[in-house]
Design a protein around this ligand. Sequence first.
Ligand SMILES: [Zn+2]
Ligand SMILES: [Zn+2]
Length: 412
Amino acid sequence: MTRLLRCHDCDLLHEVPEVPAGSRALCGRCGAVLLARRPETVERSIALALASLFFWLVANLFPFLTMEIGGRIEPSRLASGVGGLWADGFFELAVLVLLFAVAFPFLKIAAWLAVLVPLHLGLKPRYLAPLFRGLDLLHPWAMTEVFLLGVLVSYTKIVDMASITVGPALVGFVALIVTMIWTDLTLDTAEVWDRIAAPPESGVPATSGTLLVGCHVCGVVAALSEQHGVVHGRCARCGAGLHRRKANSVSRAWALVVAALILYVPANLYPVMILVSFGEATQATILGGVQELIAAEMLPLALLVFFASITVPVLKLVGLAFLLVSVQRRSRWRTRERTVIYRIVESVGRWSMLDIFVLAILAGLVRLGNIATIEPGAGAISFAAVVVITMFGAMCFDPRLLWDAAGANDGH
Ligand SMILES: [Zn+2]
Ligand SMILES: [Zn+2]
């Protein structure tokens, strides 16, 4: 049995034959993964999601890092940084860190189990489709691996100042990252959608006046009637809104790029971190933090922070602006390579949260009154806003427009 699929990156219509377990089907034009078949996906994913739940509890219930300085012992938990940021009056940052490092990973695990366990038991409660659709939205915002990198950077920043003991929660957190990535790699979303509701038989009637539109969440291709060049409808299987292209993609993405560009200035001019030690305050900007790591002869780490905090945001903004200009100029130049640029821009953006996580960890850990206290600076909020806004900007951009502009999708 073949199935009709539209490529989510370039909109080419494919008739995909049955793909054996362990194999993938790629788009012949842009190289996007259309289908990736995984063996025993539901059962294996349930086992891995249960392991993730266990490690999430370990990571949140036990001490994470313990700092000893001048006879004072300061234990901290995973969420201590959230409390630290809140106490310093930076509640926006506290909420972001709580969501990205603690709440969203938990919600993701809970949603996996709530969808997969009933499917394994042969049950189909009505919430399955909306919940699995929600999981799709949640995916980029659960940032455990970025947080772990933040722990590493924080550790090297304070290891000279105090003695640090690694707690069981940190070990649990590393295990949590492994099991969550493993679950992502084991879960065959197309198979889960097929088990929630069977896809319609291939060969959707495409009469004149109708367009075949692919659902960007569950992949079903539906025939929709076209009125004044606009198609509207809801996916019969998952309930997502169907449209040929993301609405107002170019102007929305431009607005977000410009907003991020403006905020990028205060993010770099104002300090992101303030260290108060014996009544003396030292302020550090993002670039200052990198220079500090170089001075401490931690070159690999300095390069890493430079890459995550300076290179990635700049490249994302330049990359998105380049893609937008190329769509507006109806460029035909290397469309496939430009699609790859889009995929990179979309996937690396979350790593820029690194500096915010470092700040949260240090603000939670280094609270020793007069001896040493680390507080966020005014630049931190602008920087977090730049990261979140550019992530939304990349999500608003519709890569299929690159192919439309190149004339590759003419004659729908
Ligand atoms: Zn494609
Ligand atoms: Zn759908």
